[in-house]
Design a protein around this ligand. Structure first.
Ligand SMILES: Cc1cc2nc3c(=O)[nH]c(=O)nc-3n(C[C@H](O)[C@H](O)[C@H](O)COP(=O)(O)OP(=O)(O)OC[C@H]3O[C@@H](n4cnc5c(N)ncnc54)[C@H](O)[C@@H]3O)c2cc1C
Length: 482
């Protein structure tokens, strides 16, 4: 069994010397800073879940390369059942963490690469798929946490790639017999600083002349020339300032932690390069990544978050004495409808999945339903948060610090005036959980994560078979096509 324990992962983190900056300072050890520690703890929890017999069916799979039991985050989907289990893993890990399964983007990028490297090798005289499988086998055997880097800095969105500074997109700066040197930056990298490796794919479609941007590879954390600059926001500041994490909305796993990932002539040996110059395959790579990621991160993951929000609302209503009020029940029902509609599209995306390309053995979700899952989630998540804010009441914004419960001068007032049907402390703690969602970063995070909705709208328009719909209408109207 190729599964490592959380302790093994913590040992790796302790030995890690990465170039990581947060709030203007370099942090030598990820465990020494409360914000990066929350990201490490969340990644460790994924290792714990995979070893838990209750979750093994969802969290583990059998490797098609070694036959060993591996973490599902390193598994290539080989059937519709695999697609379904992959989506279930996204929901489960969201329920358990209340933040990102930091191996999710990496998992979906590995699946896209399994499919695309197979296709390039079929059509060109290349060995990318063999190299890819060699890396994947090693990753599976060592149970490496692999994050995924897709989003380039891009620069001015109106400019074509060749009109911008080349560093705005990760590219090959130089190459020799041993490998390539890459430059540029990937932004918003979920959990990358706490991963063993990051898998990098092109951030978009490419045209002839843009070959140097058609680069895919894996890079170990702490490779020379690699720098991480962490996100920072009021929630980071709150975590830094607090002395007792149980005062926070997600005490152990925190907000979703990302960082900029900057490549300053980073050397990548050829055995870790899976695409180098094949510009016409970039669109296949990004679109296959997108269809997998929209089903998992865009759809299923947020259903798990909604489960936490709905559960918290039920508790908040019990503690405030509104649990049986008809319009509160109606709002809970509406939240369930909004979340399960996105869930249904996720399930449809996996059930309607198919092998792509034929003969590769790699299964991809259905594009149309994957996009529907993500776009429905993006819309519905805001609505769920609005309803949660309604149920939670004004306290979700105005509640005092949990520290008042320890202060002899204020404690009795807070306990007396903030109790309702339930005691003040319980009310405050569950309200803090809801504050984390309704007044936190998850709204825009859900909107843009897995791609901004405009990208899904474009994909939907393309994949909706509109010509067929016109034919159906003409037939009903008993008209001939012109
Ligand atoms: C919480 C979170 C976690 C993430 N994790 C990862 C990760 O682990 N790995 C990773 O690679 N990425 C990650 N991302 C990045 C995510 O995929 C991007 O945020 C998303 O694709 C949008 O890109 P952007 O942020 O550059 O926004 P932009 O592309 O700047 O989009 C902003 C707005 O401008 C519009 N727009 C942009 N360009 C154009 C154009 N040329 N023409 C017309 N309209 C345009 C968009 O439609 C949108 O409305 C994460 C994002 C978030 C929020």
């Amino acid at each position: 069994m190729a599964l490592i324990k959380p302790e093994d992962y913590y040992r790796f983190i302790e030995s890690l010397q990465c170039n990581y900056y947060i709030n203007g300072k370099k942090v030598q050890k990820l465990l020494s800073h409360p914000v990066s520690k929350s990201m490490v703890d969340a990644t460790a929890k994924i290792y714990e879940l995979a070893l838990d017999p209750r979750y093994e069916e969802v969290m583990t799979a059998k490797s098609h390369l070694t036959g060993e039991t591996i973490n599902r985050n390193l598994h290539i989907c080989r059937s519709i059942e695999d697609l379904d289990k992959r989506a279930e893993m996204a929901q489960l890990t969201s329920q358990k963490l209340g933040t990102c399964n930091y191996r999710c983007v990496g998992c979906d990028a590995l699946n896209a690469l399994a499919s695309v490297t197979w296709e390039i090798d079929q059509e060109r005289d290349t060995r990318y798929h063999t190299r890819f499988n060699n890396f994947l086998k090693e990753a599976q055997e060592n149970d490496w946490a692999v994050s995924g880097a897709v989003t380039d800095a891009k620069g001015d969105r109106q400019k074509k790639i060749l009109e911008e500074d080349p560093d705005m997109h990760v590219h090959i700066a130089d190459q020799n017999d041993e490998g390539v040197f890459v430059r540029g930056a990937k932004l918003h990298q979920s959990g990358a600083a706490a991963a063993h490796y990051t898998v990098v794919i092109p951030g978009g479609a490419l045209r002839p002349g843009e070959e140097k941007f058609a680069i895919s590879f894996v890079v170990p954390n702490s490779a020379p020339g690699l720098t991480y600059i962490a996100q920072y926001n009021p929630y980071s500041a709150e975590r830094e300032a607090c002395t007792d994490p149980t005062e926070l909305g997600n005490p152990r796993f925190g907000q979703r932690e990302t960082s900029m990932m900057i490549f300053e002539n980073v050397f990548i040996p050829w055995e870790h390069v899976f695409m180098a110059g094949e510009a016409e395959y970039a669109v296949k790579c990004i679109s296959r990544f997108a269809k997998v990621h929209r089903m998992n991160c865009g759809g299923a993951c947020k259903v798990g978050f909604a489960d936490i929000i709905i559960g918290s609302c039920l508790l908040a209503a019990e503690y405030s004495g509104t649990a049986k009020v008809p319009h509160i029940r109606e709002m809970i029902t509406e939240m369930v409808r909004l979340s399960e509609t996105a869930h249904a599209a996720t399930i449809a995306a996996s059930v309607k999945g198919r092998e792509e390309p034929e003969g590769s053995g790699v299964y991809m979700p259905d594009d149309l339903f994957g996009n529907v899952a993500k776009i429905t989630t993006a819309d519905n998540f805001w609505k769920i948060m609005a309803l949660a804010g309604d149920i939670a009441g004004g306290m979700v914004v105005t509640m005092p610090s949990m520290k008042e419960l320890q202060n002899p001068e204020t404690r009795t007032y807070v306990e007396k005036y903030l109790r309702a049907a339930g005691p003040a402390e319980k009310r405050m703690r569950i309200t803090k959980v809801l504050q984390n969602w309704t007044a936190g970063l998850h709204g825009p995070g859900t909107w843009h994560g897995a791609g901004s909705p405009q990208a899904q709208k474009i994909s939907l328009y393309r994949s909706a078979n509109l010509e067929e719909k016109k034919k159906i209408a003409l037939e009903i109207a008993e008209m001939e096509e012109e």
